[in-house]
Design a protein around this ligand. Sequence first.
Ligand SMILES: Cc1cc2nc3c(=O)[nH]c(=O)nc-3n(C[C@H](O)[C@H](O)[C@H](O)COP(=O)(O)OP(=O)(O)OC[C@H]3O[C@@H](n4cnc5c(N)ncnc54)[C@H](O)[C@@H]3O)c2cc1C
Length: 387
Amino acid sequence: MAPLDMFEAMERTQLGKDMLELSERSPLDIITDTFENDRVRALMLYTTCMWGLNPKETGLGFFVPLLLDRGMNKAYCQGGSHKLAGALAREFVRNGGCILDSSQVNKISTQNGAVCGVELWEGRTLHSKVVISSLDPQTTFLDLVGTENLSGDLKDSVSGWEDDKWSYSTLHVASDEAPKYACGDPWVDQSFMTIAGFESMDQIIDHWENVIAGKLDLQAFGGHSTCQTLLDPHLSRVPGKHVSFFQSHAPYGIEGGWEQRGPEFQEAVLAKWQKAAPNMTAENRLMTALETPEDIEIRLPNMRRGSIKHGDYNPLQLGCFRPNQECSGTDTPIPGLYVCGASTYPGGLVLGGPGYLAANKVADDMGVARWWKPTPEMEKYRRTYLD
Ligand SMILES: Cc1cc2nc3c(=O)[nH]c(=O)nc-3n(C[C@H](O)[C@H](O)[C@H](O)COP(=O)(O)OP(=O)(O)OC[C@H]3O[C@@H](n4cnc5c(N)ncnc54)[C@H](O)[C@@H]3O)c2cc1C
């Protein structure tokens, strides 16, 4: 939906008007006005911006209540998030779909300007009138379709796509005991996410500004931790033992490179974690594994430079601009080629939104009857703002 149409639609309800008003303000501004205590503000700012909003940027203020709500109602997929993918795969196969694992697509083929299939890395060609790509725009359009098959406008929009402003470095720890935090509140030990290392909003902002500049100050960084086995004891192969992680925002292109800086970062995380949770000692730890932004890109090449959302959240890469104006409706200027995934509307993280919209669009275009139904909330949203 174009920004003007969206503006008009939001004007239909008071809630919509409130959201529009918020949009003009930065997360920092909204949090500072809404909360009084600096530590509470720090917590709220971290929760709001941890997925990639710039605390000082205006234009995306409507994300603040959305992401605060998400942070306060975090959800965990029993067994790990791959169980969600597995459940979706079962549903797909049950309805006649076929999944080829470990089949890297090397090329999206076109004939007379329209999609006609894909070429796989091991030499096979799959013929199809429709291809839906869930990869980042550079991979889909520049690498797989090829610049020679793109219009000038599309080539320009894709070339201007910006990666996430920061990535993550995650230290996973297997331990005898779950972390026990020193703050004197036993509920903290049970919490889904514990933020450690920051005492104020300013410290958080300094850390993020450092990261954006490609730096990591090991004296002044923080992050969030979760002990997954508290929620899901089956994750540990040895009954009664625990797995947890401590995750920090981190730059992809760090000075000195991750191979050299990784061990140093790991030591700093362990020291910070132990300061907050004194039982996270060397004796308690059974095993550690660090995943750096470079490792993320190796695991998932479409997460370029460790971009966990396949591209930055900024006003020019969200809404009808995600991934660009030509493709934000899921279809693209290349007949038969559709896009979904984190780089498309409504955005990254485990939302399911992009895939849902693409499935609807392709089913409608192909004249296939949908076997799925929207939730009552989606129906309400459609009736209120879209009809
Ligand atoms: C360390 C980390 C922590 C995160 N934490 C959270 C969290 O707590 N909550 C949350 O909501 N989100 C989190 N995310 C983000 C979330 O995982 C992503 O935004 C989400 O996975 C995007 O889903 P997607 O289906 O669009 O793409 P992806 O999950 O990136 O899937 C793309 C798939 O395409 C495959 N692929 C790549 N190239 C090709 C090719 N040429 N041919 C065929 N297949 C290809 C990849 O192997 C991959 O399987 C995290 C991400 C990371 C890396």
